[in-house]
Ligand binder design. Sequence first.
Ligand code: ASP
Length: 340
Amino acid sequence: MRFLGHFACLGTILLFSCQSSTDTTPETGQAPASPGWSLAIHGGAGHFDTEVLSEEEQDAYRRSLRAALERGGAVLESGGTAVDAVVATIELLEDDSLFNAGRGAVMTAEGKHELDASIMRGEDRNCGAITGLSGFRHPIAVAREVMTASEHVFFSGPGAARFAASTGAEQAEPDWFTTAKAKARWERALARDTTREKFGTVGCVALDKEGHLAAGTSTGGMTYKRHGRIGDSPVIGAGTWADDRTCAISATGWGEYFIRTAVAHDIHARMLHGGKDLQSAADATIQEEMGALGGDGGIVGMNAFGEPVFSMNTPGMFRGAFKAGGTPQVGLFASDSLAP
Ligand code: ASP
């Protein structure tokens, strides 16, 4: 079905061979069998290691990541779309105060929450995004409404809130979002007058049983961000991208650098136009483009065959993957191979 879509889209057999050669198994040169469905997530990248995170904190992150994978996996297993799975997975992470999205999101310089989210589906590259949204529990659900229920792709600030209200999106009081951890971060940033402390954005990529990809990202942005600052997470092509011909990508890290190097789209373009596989495309973009400018962070990606890929230039990235017939696998530190 996916391949028929490719022919219809570009009307050329060339693309079929390009698709087949971009992500093939080294042993056979053949495309790996589709896993049926596949899901991968991140919960932010950053400068954390076993010194920074206690055993208890590590366990808590692993539990939360597994729960999110199980939620999204259940949606895909029951025949839900990749978009359904991305939204369900990210909603759980938005409600989890361990992460910098929804509840637990970092605070702006003025001590408020201004949330960003975006979603994109690979089937037709439709997408939706919101930035500077306050007062709504699930920014990712609002981004989905922008994609499916509006003729636009991006709403900001009061306009985003007005749109969210018009769709009946669930509202939440400012207190819902504030946690002691986010407040303490804000106070430290206030003392130093800096935005550098920032990680914990969440993201998800998925392949559904129909062979369609989707990607989504949700964040509070960077602690102590200035009035109206927009990071990469809601910017389609920087923080999020999905195209059934190549890959789905969700990014996390120092947003300004991810925008300057259009990270998510750059990875896609290396695959589509350069014939790269997802891992080498992602590594080149993260190391040679974004990282070379001085930025830090990483991505979770998935190719059209449901192979999850991670790439980062930080010591840590909360992450996980789960395929049909498998068990949820999670990792925290760059050196971790994913483990059940
Ligand atoms: N990329 C997000 C931003 O710059 C922050 C993060 O991913 O940690 O807003």
